[in-house]
Design a protein around this ligand. Sequence first.
Ligand code: THU
Length: 137
Amino acid sequence: MEFKKEWLEGVKAAREKAYTPYSKFKVGAYLIAKDGVTFDGCNVENAAYGDCICAERTALVSAIAHGYRPGDFEALVVTTDTENPSSPCGSCRQVIKELCDDEMPVFLTNINGDVIERTVDDLLPLGFSGRDLEDVK
Ligand code: THU
């Protein structure tokens, strides 16, 4: 899928909203639904460090809270201010797999505009899903 320039502007604006008093590491996420509606995500930190929430999950949870469902999403864009685009953590990969199609593109970017494209399945190969639960003997 072709990466749209406007998505970089969207994800950079989402990143600006990050609440990161502890790490100062701001992450932006931008989830694009198939109907064109977009959802911003940013990381939201907490003094109890384990309760920090990642940007990717913020965007996905926001979309679900607005009534969107698996199958509704076209692409996810993530950005950081790093030399190379950084990559979603394991917990985010699991939530992305739950809510997005395996073939959906995930664009890993930095604010300079470097872009790496992967699919959900690339990020979590052989991932656990609801299909495993249905396979019980
Ligand atoms: N972070 C994200 O927002 N997404 C990831 O996939 C990796 C990590 C955030 C969590 C924390 O606020 C900061 O980056 C440093 O780990």
